[in-house]
Design a protein around this ligand. Sequence first.
Ligand code: F0G
Length: 473
Amino acid sequence: MSVRDSFVYQRCINPACGGTRSVLECEFTCPRCGDLLDVAYDWDCLPVPRSLREAGNGPTDAGHVSASRALLRRSGVWRFWSLLPFAPHEQILSIGEGQTLLLPADRVAEYVGLRPGRLHLQYEGLNPSGSFKDNGMTAAFTHARMVGARRAACASTGNTSASLALYAAASGQMRAVIFIGSGKIAFGKLAQALDHGALTLQIHGDFDDALERVRQAASRLSLYLVNSINPFRLEGQKTIIYRIVEALDGEPPDWVVVPAGNLGNLSAFGKAFLELRELGLIGRMPRLAAVNAAGADTLHRLWNEQGLRWRRGSWDRLRAESYFQELKRTQRKASTVASAIEINRPVNLPKALRSLEASEGVVCVVSDEEILEAKARIGSGGLGCEPASAASVAGARKLRQQGVISPDDSVVCVLTGHSLKDPNVTVACHGTDEHLFQEVLGRRGIGRIPSANPPVCVPNDLGQIITVIEARA
Ligand code: F0G
């Protein structure tokens, strides 16, 4: 066992089990009980930074910064290496991910019902593949290198596959294998997978079906799995929180609001805050708010309606299992215009419950119309995002209306993906093309949104063009 192996390992999330695996294994379930695993650190034996600011300065060599370390210091993930120290620097695969921004958004704040200065948007669309997934993919690929993997696989609603395809291409040595449901993926994302040369398998079914299959195929063929069941991926996603707290000068916000799909972010964010507190780098925990789309609302149903709680690890698995059985029996499939979060069987459910419990978190649910209206408000407020990302803002608004969030609370909504990921939905919801509207939104029963901004058809005549501009701009 190497020195690193002894300070870093994988540990069962169930405190009563205590099962462990070496950091160099890539079967991501507990060998004893089959539960999910965390990456665990023996912090007493590792160089712990004295502040988040120090952590964010990245690895240094006593005055000398080598070229590769300079690259790591530019990555918004790896400059926080000391808070996810599972990999030797030379194994890290970085393509400049995580250079994202926390931006004030007063016009969106007004829509949400918050006082000026109280809402910030964490813009993860700035990542190399256009979504937050790159934060996790750099970490997963780094681990894949550590274990000598040659083929990496995922099931995806689109962004994980885009990110996987990009990192595999960038690595120059790994092959990407992608499972997607039929007709379930936005074109921007599919385009990325194809463009970067991934083997793209379209199976009959949805994300939940694809995830089941990729897990089977991965275990049969020893493919390296990069779905968020992979705990190393979640280590990378912790850095979204570090960047948020860093941008707020070390003061955590009152709330972090996040769209809820496979619940990887919720899991990673809770772990990030728990570790920051354990290491004495923050004084208090913010509250996490998870937002389901109404057509993919497992977390909402289990948390709000059935009262499912983590209970320090003794959570009611049977309740969750019987919920999933019922979904299967009634053939209820997830369905939302926010295709990225069109998921009914979130693999990270237990970790998400843990995050919610630790942060006194809440769960809410928003309709597709609310998502699209929020997306248009974010867009006209100066930032572009895809529908799933807008669920965070729609959720914050709902929680404001319910009085859960106060007008003076400081709130960060995470914008998880870029607006160009899913142009069809955007054009359908703003445009005048009735056929497109019906195909993308109407058939789901979605109506026109109040903030629709349709293009204006004008004859090719300067006088008429000027009249329209004077009247409308
Ligand atoms: N937002 C976007 C843009 C996403 O792509 C996803 C998940 C989520 C939110 C939900 O995040 O799973 O951590 O709760 N997309 C996955 C994919 C499932 O395959 O791209 P989560």
